[in-house]
Design a protein around this ligand. Sequence first.
Ligand code: USQ
Length: 391
Amino acid sequence: MRVLILGGDGYLGWPTALRFSARGHEVAVVDNFSRRRWHREQGTDSLTPIRDLDERIAAWHEVSGKEIQSYLGAIEDGDFLEEVVAETRPEAVVHYGQQASAPYSMASREKAVETQHANVIGNLNLLFAIRDHVPDCHLVKLGTMGEYGQPEIDIEEGYIEIEHKGRKDTLPFPKLPASLYHCSKVHDSTNIHFACRTWGLRATDLNQGVVYGIETDETAQDERLINRFDYDEIFGTVLNRFCLQAVIGHPLTVYGAGKQIRGFLNIRDTLACVELAMINPAERGEFRVFNQFTEQFSVLELAQLVKHAGEHLGFSVEVQHVENPRVEKEEHYYNAIHTKLLDLGLEPTLLGEELVESMIHLIERHKKRVIESSIDPHTRWNPVKSPAGQA
Ligand code: USQ
């Protein structure tokens, strides 16, 4: 298949490009290196020493004999993106090319605007490019479980059948996004759904949970193919952060009570899910939604797991409850349905101590690169401290 991956230099985009290339797909990637730039601006970095995209691609060619084409530019530039789509004529576009950090989007007005501009406009440009050049192409869009929030009812996969005043309909599941980043993903879903209904495009929105892990089969083949690993308060996700904190002797930063529950998945399963969606495309006119995670955990359960695994390896690990910088429910009902990817054949990689220990080993190899001042949370959802209460 001809596949175009937006955000192909990123944490998920790079290993996806390698996996698809390894499996014989014709892969082109687009990136504007914004994640690298945001790190430079805030004085942080990936734990792992990632190479430049050109160097990574050359190394992959050396290792596998396969080519990956690259395009450097911002998808917010509609003319640029249109040219890339017209030239590559993809059968599938995998869209990861977004600002994906909730804290970044809450740090200032400028960063909120930047997030929504990059995400919403980039996605809109993509919809037009697909409509005008490759209308049969399948858009596989990375969404987020955070679009739904934590309602007091079970979360369905995208749609819910509602009976209201004696009439019934199946409608998009209600949304309660948890940050201005998560809001941008809701806006994207609305726009993609509209494009499917109106222009007959085909799309799958992958509402993904929180990803953890570092390596995939392909990135492990050569040191130059290594994946990025973020652990700072802005770009690091919770389990990755806890593993790193255990290694350097930093108390695990549980925000508030720690009873917040989220869906989680291993990075290898992200790639498997995206591939399953891609090779089983949506119908023309269909806006399909999959909930993409494999297990639910509370933050505290993860902290306890990392503490056990860390202590088993000889680290002394303390779990600390820090004041929650976010406005979010700290104790809530959570049951999200996630059967559609399993029905397509997903075989989940389940989280256990062994997996955490393997992450700890990899982190240990690079621990000299840790910038410890970037770990504690400083970005507050509500710096004004008005009585807004819980999300
Ligand atoms: N948390 C802690 N301690 C930390 C970091 C986070 O207790 O040191 C808590 C947060 O308060 C939150 C939960 O862990 O309740 C998850 O936070 P996170 O930073 O791991 O993930 P989140 O901000 O929700 O965003 C991440 C990705 C985002 C993706 C989302 C999926 O950055 O791109 O969309 O996970 S989901 O969470 O399902 O919305």
